[in-house]
Design a protein around this ligand. Structure first.
Ligand code: TXA
Ligand code: MG
Length: 320
């Protein structure tokens, strides 16, 4: 199969309306999309990603009214969050409506929904017969794609098209928020920081990690977002580096303060800006993975704003 990297929205609409899987850009990461009214196409997404069926998918919409066909008993605080952050990197976990396929929700009573903030994808969604289900367009546990080229490298020959919307502006997946009554519960840290969520709905709680968390919140899988190269996360770069003197080492820091003759050093932001760092994280991991390194050493980011999410991803990327 030939895989087109294209900016042709009408072509991608036709493919999706014809029950094909198409990769789409969002402000967070690229997604592997299928219209939710076709179980057979949604099933292909699981197959392409080697994704286990216990891991449910996020449904993407372009208009708030579409929620009515997907979810019931929506908490007031969920609507408040949607009002403030949609379109944007926020996914709401809501009580699922009866017509939503169990394949998408992995048999759970809840459905994950978000409105992405990407002009091409909003335009695309407006011409579709149904909303789309779209997980990140990477093989299970791999690094999420933030460019059309990343997706192409993963899925060339396996899907018909990648809608090319450039580099993802946010670069980290959406923040996933569920509800216990009206209390917001964080299921996955993401592109909207916790303080911004709390500024709208007050103090949040967190889904606890238990033995059965795999079923409750698969986004909390310990190993995730992983490069093929072994990654070490450290607070003390010099010390860690000194343990690997005879190896080919890649170093990731927030700002470009660190230089070394023996390691390949990359800073996520010239000015130490955490939003910029977030947008560069996955592209940097993809790049490092092509450099035939023995090891990647990443420095822990400050635990504020999106630094919290970056650390979460680096922790999972370093799990082995
Ligand atoms: O930013 C994003 O959210 C991107 C873009 C493409 O929209 N999508 C994304 O999808 O990150 P994915 O499939 O890679 O991650 C979705 C996460 C999974 O960890 C899944 O377990 C969780 O959402 N999820 C989906 N439905 C859920 C549900 N009903 N209950 C708990 N977790 C759910
Ligand atoms: Mg993912």
């Amino acid at each position: 199969m030939n895989t087109d990297i294209t900016k042709d929205i009408l072509y991608c609409q036709a493919l999706l309306n014809n029950n094909e899987v198409v990769a789409i850009p969002t402000e967070t990461v690229y997604g592997l999309a299928a219209c939710i009214d076709s179980d057979a196409t949604v099933e292909q997404i699981f197959r392409l990603k080697s994704r286990p069926h216990y891991n449910p998918l996020i449904v993407h919409i372009h208009h708030i009214d579409q929620l009515n066909n997907l979810a019931v008993d929506i908490p007031e605080n969920a609507l408040q969050l949607a009002e403030v952050f949609w379109p944007g990197p926020l996914t709401l976990l809501l009580k699922k409506g009866p017509q939503v396929s169990d394949l998408i929700t992995a048999g759970k009573p809840t459905i994950a929904v978000r409105m992405p903030n990407h002009p091409l994808t909003i335009e695309l969604l407006k011409g579709l017969k149904a909303p789309i289900a779209a997980p990140s367009a990477n093989p299970f546990t791999g690094i999420s794609p933030t460019s059309a080229e990343h997706v192409y490298q993963y899925f060339k020959g396996k899907i018909k098209a990648v809608l090319d919307g450039g580099s993802c502006e946010v670069g980290l997946e959406s923040t996933i928020v569920g509800f216990d009554g009206e209390t917001a519960v964080i299921y996955r840290k993401g592109g909207i920081s916790i303080n911004r969520i709390e500024s709208v709905v007050g103090e949040v709680s967190y889904i606890r990690k238990t033995k059965s968390t795999k079923i409750v919140a698969p986004g909390m899988l310990d190993k995730h977002y992983s490069p093929k190269t072994k990654l070490i996360l450290t607070k003390s770069l010099e010390k860690e580096l000194s343990k690997h003197l005879n190896k080919k080492v890649g170093v990731i820091t927030l700002s470009p303060y660190f230089k070394s003759d023996i390691a390949l050093c990359t800073a996520l932001s010239a000015t130490g800006n955490l939003d910029e760092a977030a947008s560069q994280l996955y592209a940097t991991l993809h790049f490092m993975d092509t450099q035939n390194l023995d090891i990647i050493i990443a420095e822990t980011m400050p635990e504020t704003d999106l630094g919290v999410t970056i650390n979460d991803r680096l922790k999972r990327a370093s799990y082995h």
